[in-house]
Design a protein around this ligand. Sequence first.
Ligand SMILES: Cc1cc2nc3c(=O)[nH]c(=O)nc-3n(C[C@H](O)[C@H](O)[C@H](O)COP(=O)(O)OP(=O)(O)OC[C@H]3O[C@@H](n4cnc5c(N)ncnc54)[C@H](O)[C@@H]3O)c2cc1C
Length: 423
Amino acid sequence: MSQAKNKLPRVVIIGAGLSGLPAALELEKIHRQDPCFSLTVVDRSPYHLNHACLYEVATAPIELSPAEYGALADGTQVKLKSWSYIFPRANLNVLQATVTGLDLAHRRIHFHDHETLDYDYIIIAVGSQPQFSNIAGLAQNSRTLRNIPEALRIHRRLNELIAAAEHQLHPIRIVVGGAGLAGVEIASQIQAVLNRIITTGKIKNETVTVWLVESSPTILPSHDHWTQTTTAQRLRRLGVKIITGQAIVRVDAQQVILADQPRLDYDLLIWTGGIQANTLLQQLGLSTAGHGQLCVDQYLRLPEHQEITVIGDGIYFLDPVSGRQIPQTAYLATAQGIIAAGNIHRTIRQRQLKPYQPKHLVYTFPVGGRWAISIIGGWRLSGRSGWMVRRIVELDHYLSILSFSSAIKTWWRGGRVYLPKKS
Ligand SMILES: Cc1cc2nc3c(=O)[nH]c(=O)nc-3n(C[C@H](O)[C@H](O)[C@H](O)COP(=O)(O)OP(=O)(O)OC[C@H]3O[C@@H](n4cnc5c(N)ncnc54)[C@H](O)[C@@H]3O)c2cc1C
């Protein structure tokens, strides 16, 4: 692609997810005051997806009208073309294309479905992908929850199982492998949905089992003690059977085999037990740690290539307070996007950069129905109040990326379609 005539530094953001989109919007804001660079935002998907709502798509109430079915996806993903109103000016572009590799020496991006694009500064925000830890049979027999089609596959299977159980043809045995945020969310919500159906008498309590299996000694291993114990209590109250300290060692079409427990028969196995960096990052040949994440400096840049900033799930960054790798959460991803955007501008203007300091001031996740854990600064909330805070945080996210009316519409859809009537 001919870019030789463009004298402005070319900034490219790859990935418009929970870290890349805030970076893009922040750079666009800076550009309005100081148009000293060009900006291109690239994503392979036409949508910006909020993963934290996928569990709701997977477990939506089964009695949905066709219109509600159509709306299922729209409460958790937002069309990227919604941002075309933000980027209509010269030097600000949105491009839907899949990046296949980077030529670091020539600062060039290669695509599967587009001509190459040159850059001066790049923010890589391509997220993560499931990791199956070489467990035999796991990838073939489990379902993952990373996007809308995967959520709908789980939804379909769940409905088949519910229908069979209503006719007393089969029990419902569900195993969720991995008790991080995604595992806790989906296991608790499936149990909450099944509990509701049990109260109607359509299926019998004794036919339902939801297991949550975690190889670490506790659930939510990267969270604090209060969060772990409060969440475990809620899960048990719902009826989820928790197994910790047990690794899944093998899976076949009917059973999950644990290190030293009896085998678990299953009808639906959902794997949320690990993520690794996106393949794109792993194939760059740069220093990685953890699960293929790229090691970044205090400004979130690659030490070997300071023109490259990496943010979101793809980075390996040790928390200076705990000395542990920071967790992969939406809040941290968004904060990294904003700091990265500011630092690119500071670099162009040759100003002092701001170091990244991970502050986990806000995080929130649901644990079945209208019940959530929410932590805001020093405040810890659980239950219905935690749920209300979660909805406010969700609204705040949509308001930060959409126009006021689109944000309200998207947020309202989520609440109207997915929420169970009781929790
Ligand atoms: C099921 C689930 C539930 C979760 N629940 C919570 C929660 O309740 N609370 C919480 O704080 N966090 C939660 N998280 C974690 C949170 O969603 C992630 O930490 C966050 O999305 C990471 O942001 P990111 O920008 O790195 O990646 P993403 O948000 O995944 O964005 C990556 C973007 O890059 C694009 N992309 C990828 N590869 C390419 C390519 N080759 N070319 C072009 N574009 C590409 C993708 O299309 C995507 O838009 C959850 C995650 C999952 C999977």
